[in-house]
Write a protein that binds this ligand. Structure first.
Ligand code: PMP
Length: 355
């Protein structure tokens, strides 16, 4: 506490990200990074941008990157917004689009940054319970009993559960709430899901947010983007320009553009992760874990005989990092990133000593 802080800071509970260890040689399966690294073309483009020098400001409109993303999703560049990681894109969306008199609706188990943004921007929120099988029930997000949402946000696949809603189920929520912006956070969509971007032509209230951190293996570059109607994107641009008129630096613009242009690397490396995921799930089940169906690059698993917090600590003592959340309903789960086959083997070896 400080007397120099403004009132809003006193009320904030900041997000605590997963551990980014300072020691080498840990098997790091706690923050859903992609094991194989980005497209070599992206790394070469970043190098070339650095060789060019960083004396000049970057393009404030990120025109080339927006055009490439627009082309990939069949959208106009005016339907694309880019920012410094999808966390920043989400922050702008909460402020520009999700803050209304009616509360924002979100699942009770979801990405834990959403309540943080609600606190930061003073949004009322309603947490809607997931079903017993940890899935999102679309019917719960339709106007009911005279109540309707001011805005809706959920991750698909959901985090940290990994469970996926089909495109028809997402559409039911979007179509049922024409009064509200529905933000679908697709940080993990490329590991087996279908993007709601396919619905954008029909729904001006839909905003899809994606990231380069997971499926494109560029978490260190900090690039995220939103896709939506030109109307929603303009709202985001207004807020962004009030914070920082240069959303991305030259290195990020160059690397992200080259990544989008290397579709083959993208497809191949996501498929490798999905193949490893199937093998990992089978091995965990053989060890007695119950694993939720996952369409993400992580699995959410619990062992009926072992306390999850203890398992996470024991794994850490064996140099394996996984994520445990001290949150209602999910305290007995571990969220485990699908790493390389070697990383998964190290995890399983450690677990064999523990369960
Ligand atoms: N959304 C979800 C659901 C996430 O899990 C994450 C990663 N923690 C993000 C958004 C943010 O990712 P980034 O800022 O790296 O794009």
């Amino acid at each position: 506490m400080s007397r120099y802080w403004s009132a809003v800071v006193h009320g904030l509970t900041p997000y605590v990200p997963g551990e980014q260890p300072k020691i080498a040689n840990l098997v790091k399966l706690n923050t859903n990074e992609h094991p194989y690294g980005p497209s070599p073309l992206a790394l070469a483009a970043i190098q070339a941008a650095a060789d060019d020098g960083l004396r000049l400001y970057p393009d404030p409109n990120a025109d080339a990157l927006k055009a490439a993303l627009g082309q990939r999703f069949g959208l106009a560049p005016q339907q694309v917004f880019v920012g410094n990681g999808s966390d920043e894109v989400l922050a702008h969306a909460f402020m520009a689009l999700l803050r209304h008199e009616q509360p924002l609706w979100r699942p009770d188990v979801g990405y834990s940054f959403y309540p943080v943004y609600c606190g930061l921007y003073g949004l009322q929120q309603r947490a809607i319970a997931l079903a017993d099988d940890f899935s999102i029930r679309p019917a719960d997000y339709l106007p009911q009993g005279g109540q309707q949402a001011g805005a809706i946000v959920f991750a698909n696949p959901n985090a940290p559960t990994g469970r996926l809603l089909g495109l028809d189920e997402v559409e039911r929520i979007v179509a049922g709430n024409p009064q509200a912006v529905v933000l679908v956070d697709e940080a993990y969509i490329d590991f087996g899901g279908t993007s709601a971007a396919a619905l954008l032509g029909r729904y001006p209230n839909l905003l899809v947010v994606q990231t380069f951190s997971k499926s494109r293996s560029l978490a260190g570059l900090r690039v995220g983007f939103a896709l939506g109607s030109a109307e929603l994107i303009e709202g985001l641009e207004r807020v962004k320009n009030s914070f920082n008129s240069y959303p991305l630096g030259r290195l990020a613009l160059a690397g992200a553009l080259a990544s989008v242009q290397d579709e083959a690397h993208f497809q191949r490396s996501c498929q490798q992760v999905m193949d490893t995921r199937a093998a990992l799930v089978a091995e965990l089940e053989a060890l007695g874990f119950a694993v939720l169906p996952s369409a993400a690059n992580f699995v959410f698993a619990r062992h009926p005989q072992h306390d999850a917090a203890q398992l996470a600590a024991d794994l850490r003592a064996r140099a394996v990092l996984v994520r445990h959340f001290r949150a209602p309903r999910i305290e007995q789960f571990l969220r485990i990133t699908v790493g390389s086959p070697e990383q998964c083997a190290a995890l399983l070896q450690a677990l064999r000593e523990l369960v």
